[in-house]
Ligand binder design. Structure first.
Ligand SMILES: [Zn+2]
Length: 407
């Protein structure tokens, strides 16, 4: 039996707030079998031992709103996209410590294929929770991205969702409203579905036991999604008090995707944010749309946090390796504590994917998806960028200890 013991860890287990010094964690095969504090020594006989020398051990990070595309390839076919998505997913795992991802739209079921390749061990990659295409309407959102599939009329939604079930997705992504990043006729306060399309799409998901991940950016659409039983609402740029009450009433999740409105040249403060906005080069029109929306978006994020809603970190920002780390910083900048933010990017993100019993914390019995960072992320959330080691299922997949780097 393969046995691994990591010793001298400053442990952040995502369960008990704060750091516990001098801890050791023992992994057998894929799972954590023992967690000891500094008062007791682990049995290391016959085990591979890694001395962390006081570095910080925490659960692998998650991004709960991912599109794997980027950079956008003109007229990309399935082969080009598959190669690109594989590389982007692997970089997020190996270079940022993102061990889990919840997909928010990928064409041609590439996400399902990658999930199978990663789960079978054919390729090293993060754990993926898949949705297939981003289901919208004609004149809907994200039509220029290549991952959106327009459906019109209740029957088309029903047939398309059935095709997704047959392809093996984990959840269904429905695009109820416009977004910030889009052409002039796609605005985030526009609702897209007719009443009969909404009813039919949610009904078939409900009938087949599939969770709905609802892109909803206005108060009316957020409420419609929650009343129809959405598992999660993504974005929520504009909400009202009734939305907050409905989240609680239906025990639904909120994924605020702060990066969409907060990452503009005028708002970037850290060197990573500045680097990203420079590379991204958003058009002046899109910068204005983001900045016009950011005040209200941030206010509802804070209200949701204060109301104690179930929330997970999801970036919606490309590439996913950068997005996850940027979103963590934006949560703290917008009023969350580093502890709240780390929990939302580990424990809660695993919960939103329905795998909280197996992943998301460092506890006996869980799968050992772990990362080690040099500096304390509870002092400064950007310390998650001092990545040293990445373990997936107890297997060391990345070792950056030789490189003096900060991502
Ligand atoms: Zn998205």
């Amino acid at each position: 039996m393969a046995r691994l013991v990591v010793t001298n860890a400053n442990l952040i287990d995502a369960v008990t707030p704060g750091v516990r010094a001098g801890c050791s964690v023992t992994v057998e095969d894929e799972r954590i079998v023992e967690v000891l504090d500094g008062r007791r020594s682990p049995t290391t006989h016959g085990a591979e031992v890694i001395d962390l020398r006081g570095a910080y051990l925490l659960p692998g990070l998650w991004d709960a709103h991912v599109h794997l595309e980027w950079p956008r390839i003109a007229q990309a076919g399935v082969p080009e996209l598959t190669a690109q998505y594989l590389a982007n997913a692997q970089r997020a795992l190996l270079e940022a410590g993102v061990t889990g991802m919840r997909m928010a739209g990928a064409p041609h079921f590439i996400d399902v294929a990658l999930k199978r390749a990663f789960d079978s061990g054919q390729h090293v990659g993060p754990r993926l929770y898949t949705c297939g295409w981003f289901l919208t309407t004609t004149a809907g959102h994200a039509l220029g991205t290549g991952f959106a599939l327009p459906c019109d009329g209740p029957d088309e939604f029903v047939r398309t969702i059935r095709e997704h079930i047959q392809a093996g997705v984990d959840h269904i992504k429905l695009n109820l409203t416009g977004g910030i990043m889009g052409p002039a006729w796609d605005r985030h306060w526009h609702s897209f579905f007719t009443e009969s399309e909404l009813q039919a799409a949610f009904a078939i998901c409900h009938q087949r036991g599939l969770k709905v991940m609802a892109h909803a950016a206005s108060a009316g659409a957020v409420k419609a999604a929650l009343r129809l039983g959405a598992h999660s609402v993504e974005h929520g740029y504009i909400m009202d008090d009734e939305c907050l009450a409905l989240f609680r009433e239906h025990d639904a999740w909120f994924v605020p995707t702060l990066g969409i409105t907060h990452l503009t040249p005028g708002q970037a403060t850290t060197r990573w944010e500045k680097q990203w906005v420079e590379q991204r080069g958003l058009s002046p029109d899109l910068v204005k749309r983001a900045e016009d929306a950011v005040g209200e978006h941030r206010a509802w994020f804070r209200r949701a946090l204060a109301a104690g809603l179930k929330m997970a970190v999801g970036s919606d920002v490309r590439p996913v390796r950068d997005g996850a780390l940027l979103e963590l910083g934006l949560w703290v900048k917008s009023g969350a504590t580093p502890w709240q933010t780390l929990q939302a990017a580990t424990r809660h993100a695993a919960d939103i994917c329905g795998v909280g019993h197996d992943l998301g914390t460092i506890e006996v019995g869980k799968l050992a998806d772990l990362i080690v960072v040099r500096e304390n992320p509870l002092d400064d959330i950007d310390n998650v960028r001092t990545l040293q080691l990445v373990f997936k299922g107890g297997r060391l997949v990345a070792d950056h200890r030789g490189a003096a780097m900060s991502r």
